[in-house]
Design a binder for this molecule. Structure first.
Ligand SMILES: O=C(O)CCC(=O)C(=O)O
Length: 275
């Protein structure tokens, strides 16, 4: 038994590469966070979406609350140990009847993490049902290590580079990972997964929060930022990210722009390895 996950869930994560659903907060709290998201979008004058969906935990105080939520961190600690950095965060919005989709990929592609011990917690601000385009995964696919990807061009692919697995893979057994507002799923950095369009009348939004144990480093020459969210870091492989003190403040915007620029530069370097 871990702090949050049962022994069965921990064993399932090791065997299959994913666990869901796990409870983070109530539906009411999720609705409050969704309202904060919509207020933030009004404040910025722009909706969260492709090109504006990286690292919002550096811009908005309420997102920095979610990434430090004890229920999420307890579950992550059960999988990667007590010293944890937030390596990256991508917001994944799909509007009602949005054709947006995500091609089959592994999160590790372009991250350049060594060893590849990253776990993504996908935290739902709204219900993410099968109809709404929740994630679909290939159980056990994380055991195959890093696969080659190529870039595809589709305005509807939510992945920043449209990265897609290049070689045929076994799709005879897949599992959908529906989660309700306030719940989350966890998946391994090498787990092959995708998601389809939202066929419901409501918006579907979740945060894919990538956590790593502090001994993990990035192999890029670009030095990246990452936020220490639990425990201690004796390794110092990343520059510290600091909590936002004001929503979309001037300092917060400048820090966010720098962090995202470094992250994109690192991704660019890594495409030469896996792209
Ligand atoms: O939200 C989605 O539809 C896809 C999310 C995803 O690919 C991820 O979190 O790694």
């Amino acid at each position: 038994m871990g702090k949050k996950l049962s022994a069965v869930q921990i064993e399932q994560y090791e065997r299959e590469g994913f666990v869901f659903p796990v409870e983070a907060f109530s539906r009411q709290e999720a609705a409050r966070y969704r309202a904060r998201l919509e207020e933030s979008e009004a404040l910025v004058g722009r909706r969260i979406g492709k090109g504006f969906n990286f690292k919002p935990h550096l811009l908005f105080t309420w997102v920095s609350e979610i990434v430090r939520h004890p229920a999420v961190l307890d579950a992550v600690e059960d999988l990667v140990g007590p010293n944890i950095r937030l390596f990256h965060l991508t917001a994944w919005p799909k509007d009602a009847h949005d054709p947006a989709f995500v091609t089959w990929h592994q999160d590790a592609t372009y991250f350049g993490l060594e060893p590849p011990l990253q776990v993504t917690a996908w935290v739902a601000l709204t219900d993410a049902s099968v109809e709404a385009g929740c994630m679909e995964v290939i159980p056990g696919s994380h055991k195959g290590g890093q696969s080659h990807h190529h870039e595809t061009l589709s305005p509807h692919n939510l992945l920043s580079r449209g990265q897609t697995l290049s070689h045929p893979f076994d799709r005879s057994r897949t599992v959908f990972m529906p989660v309700r507002a306030g719940q989350f799923s966890l998946h391994h950095t090498h787990l092959v997964h995708s998601s389809g369009p939202n066929r419901t009348d409501d918006r579907r939004v979740g945060f894919g929060i990538s956590y790593i144990p502090t001994h993990v480093r990035c192999t890029s020459r670009t030095r990246l930022t990452a936020m220490l969210v639990r425990g201690r870091d004796e390794y110092r492989h990343f520059d510290d990210e600091r909590w936002p003190l004001a929503d979309y403040g001037e300092d917060e915007r400048a820090f966010h722009a720098e962090a995202v620029a470094r992250f994109r530069a690192s991704n660019e370097e890594q495409t030469r390895r896996y792209g």
